[in-house]
Design a protein. Structure first.
Length: 324
């Protein structure tokens, strides 16, 4: 089997290393990152209502950050990086002026007046967290109504909202329960995406075995939890693939890591890289699947996005998607 990037096979990990597999699994599944150019040639955008809701929600969220920053400048170091990531989401979802203040209806404010701010900085943070979580829930609810390419963007933006919530609250919010394994054959693209995710989880399990050996204290505890989580996801993927009538591909006997892990710093870097690349794998799986399986892939993307944040200390506007 080959992954979504041509010329890189599963067994090539023995020579290409972990980075090669995860990069291959995480390559863009649909060419253009937003799909707008292709749809323009085909007529009206069938995703228009979903994209409009995504844009309106992002504008409302951005307006909340603008109001909090205007009222409580002392929150700047904490909130500005999150607000900046929303500018990219605004652009991707179709805004022509991503930096403009917006009203709760999703249209630019004619007067330029920000949305009302809470009475205290603490209340402002709590309000933003609630809005982030509500936005993520709305994006996930729209997955079933979106085209594969747009669903990939929505799931990634929802994962970004989960990262923001973690930064605002300092805790990892509970995620949705995984959907039940499929009991019918999967379309070829969906099966390939699950096999690619399984390959990435196999590599992650191996990597965390190395990572944990170089860490101590809370970081070792976190690595152990990640190791167990990836093992559990690997088992779930194997069950889903087997339930579809296909044979889950076996793990390689060993994996070559992209760089030597010699101490704490290199172990932490590798953990962040593993989770970041797995975000890309699951973003592709969201695009390739539908229904409950798509929701499960989005939940896995969200989990790895939070783990990326935990290891690196920073997130991105679209976890798992290319930067450009």
């Amino acid at each position: 089997m080959t992954t979504s990037a041509p010329g890189i096979g599963r067994r090539s990990l023995l020579s290409a290393g972990l980075l090669g597999l995860l990069t291959a699994c995480g390559s863009s599944a649909g060419g253009s990152s937003d799909g707008l150019g292709a749809r323009a040639a085909l007529g009206p955008d069938p995703d228009l209502p979903v994209r409009a809701r995504a844009l309106a929600a992002t504008r409302t969220l951005a307006a909340g950050y603008d109001a909090a920053l205007a009222a409580f400048p002392e929150l700047g170091a904490r909130l500005t990086p999150l607000r900046t990531q929303l500018d990219r989401q605004l652009t991707v979802f179709g805004a022509t002026r991503p930096g403009a203040t917006a009203t709760a209806t999703g249209t630019p404010a004619a007067s330029g007046a920000p949305a009302p701010a809470p009475a205290s900085a603490g209340a402002a943070v709590l309000t933003l967290d609630a809005t982030e979580r509500g936005t993520a829930a709305a994006r996930n609810a729209d997955l079933a109504h979106a085209s594969p390419a747009l669903a990939r963007q929505l799931a990634s933006a929802a994962a970004c909202a989960a990262q923001h919530s973690m930064l605002l609250r300092g805790t990892v919010p509970d995620g949705p329960a995984d959907a039940a394994p499929a009991t019918t054959p999967l379309p070829p693209a969906a099966l390939a995406a699950l096999q690619a995710a399984l390959a990435a989880e196999d590599a992650a399990v191996y990597a965390y075995g190395v990572i944990g050996a170089r860490l101590s204290g809370p970081r070792r505890t976190r690595a152990t939890a990640s190791y167990q989580a990836h093992r559990a996801r690997r088992g779930e993927l194997q069950q889903r693939i087997a339930a579809s009538g296909a044979v889950p591909e076996a793990a390689a006997p060993a994996y070559q890591l992209p760089a030597a892990v010699t101490g704490t710093a290199s172990a932490v870097r590798l953990a962040g890289l593993v989770e970041d690349r797995i975000c890309a794998v699951y973003a592709n799986a969201v695009q390739a699947t539908a229904g409950p399986l798509r929701a499960a892939m989005a939940a896995a993307l969200r989990r790895s996005a939070l783990d990326t944040l935990a290891w690196r200390g920073s997130g991105t506007a679209f976890p798992g998607l290319p930067d450009d």
